[in-house]
Design a protein around this ligand. Structure first.
Ligand code: KG4
Ligand code: ZN
Length: 389
């Protein structure tokens, strides 16, 4: 089956074409035929975070070129020999794209120029995320589905992060259940219990900021650019190499609360207090604070994962979401599991696949399509607050 994945939940505009065979239980394998991603990070940097309406505009501007690039790499761009869509279809498309005039003006010549690509299903993120951004992707998928008569699967973005964490080379790593998914991104921090594939029970979550959000806010307080996660991580590494210590200790919020919930807003406030107390923040201070911040986050994540494994007897931990790109956190979790839970394995994807991308959406979409879980494109809606369980 050939799946086109589309992702627009935050500040990455992405499309990916995969070819997959097998089921989640046996002989699954896939190859990436074409993959394209445009990161809007530079556009949002002046705002110190993602600005939803700018994200929406950028998605609308870039989706068609990104689709073209993914299809081209997949060798699925063929010039049209005859008109590919009728006048009635065009009217319908105009209605679907009523709120996306930019997409409409790019898609009309696109449909006129190229044949329908040999795709069997379109997988699109419909939540959670920034609703204006999600809607662009959803309406784009609805339009492609209508123009090309290809079925749509709507995908939960977080399921994408879960699935891609378990990918090893071009197949799925063998997981033993129960498994835990530790999902740490810019918008989410949660521990999810999976008794089998696609069954989710949220057993812990943040009460305020998500981990990635805390990284981004702490970075901002230190005068570091958005997104703060990679910046803090880079400085923390340097501090460890140069043996630079923090000017003040930072708290490990809720580390020993006894439940599986998190709270990161206090950590950000403690960084603010450190900055205020210092008055002048030197480069050495920044290195020390970044190191202590990363240590505090890692300590809390390790403690909660330990508690969750103890409570559930989990045999696998899937680490997913943008913050899973952080090597230090991954290594700390790995060390704790290896030392204390011999039978529990950690699964993490390469950093480039941890942050938002369309491959994870295509993969999750494939498994949903195998289960015949197609979505009616005429009633499909974006849902910014979509939950996994
Ligand atoms: O999953 P993602 O790409 O987007 C959301 O769905 O939120 O996650 C983005 C988040 C940002 O907050 C970013 O700062 C954080 O992931 N991040 C990192 C690292 N790379 C990205 N946080 C810590 N260390 C990193 N290396
Ligand atoms: Zn994400």
């Amino acid at each position: 089956m050939r799946i086109l994945g589309i992702e627009t939940s935050c500040d990455e505009t992405a499309a990916c074409v995969i070819e997959a065979t097998g089921t989640i239980a046996s002989h699954f394998s896939f190859s990436v035929r074409g993959n394209a991603l445009y990161s809007q990070i530079e556009k949002h940097r002046p705002y110190g975070g993602v600005f939803p309406n700018l994200a929406k505009r950028e998605h609308a501007k870039n989706l068609v070129p990104i689709l073209f690039s993914a299809l081209k790499e997949a060798e699925m761009i063929t010039p049209a020999r005859a008109p590919t869509i009728s006048k009635a279809d065009l009217d319908e498309i105009k209605t679907i794209l009523e709120r996306e005039p930019e997409l409409f003006s790019q898609l009309v010549p696109f449909f006129a120029q190229y044949e329908k690509p040999p795709i069997d299903a379109i997988a699109v993120t419909y939540g959670p995320g920034l609703e204006p951004a999600l809607w662009v992707g959803v309406n784009f998928a609805r339009t492609l589905s209508h123009a090309w008569s290809i079925p749509v699967v709507s995908v939960n973005h977080m399921e994408g992060h879960v699935v891609i964490a378990a990918i090893k080379e071009s197949t799925l790593a063998p997981l033993t259940f129960p498994a835990l998914a530790l999902l740490i991104s810019g918008g989410h921090t949660e521990i999810v219990l999976m008794k089998e594939w696609f069954s989710y029970e949220k057993i812990g979550q943040t009460r305020d900021d998500a981990v990635g959000e805390a990284f981004d806010k702490a970075a901002r307080l230190l005068g570091l650019p958005y997104p703060g996660g990679p910046e803090i991580s880079r400085l923390a590494k340097k501090a460890r190499e140069q043996n630079i210590l923090p000017p003040f200790p930072l708290p490990r919020p809720m580390e020993k609360s006894g439940d599986l919930d998190f709270s990161f807003s206090g950590l950000k406030t403690a960084v603010r207090r450190s900055v205020e107390l210092l008055g002048t923040v030197t480069d050495a201070h920044k290195l020390g604070i970044a190191r202590e911040f990363e240590d505090a986050v890692a300590d809390v994540l390790v403690a909660k994962t330990r508690d969750a494994v103890l409570q559930t007897g989990a045999r696998a931990v899937l680490l997913g979401g943008g913050v899973a790109a952080n090597h230090y956190i991954g290594a700390k979790l790995q060390a704790m599991l290896a030392e204390e839970f011999e039978a529990t394995a950690l699964f993490v994807c390469p950093p480039i696949q941890a942050t938002d991308n369309a491959l994870m959406i295509a993969l999750a979409g494939y498994f949903r399509a195998l289960r015949n879980e197609f979505t009616d494109p005429t009633t499909m809606r974006a849902n910014g607050n979509l939950k996994l369980s």
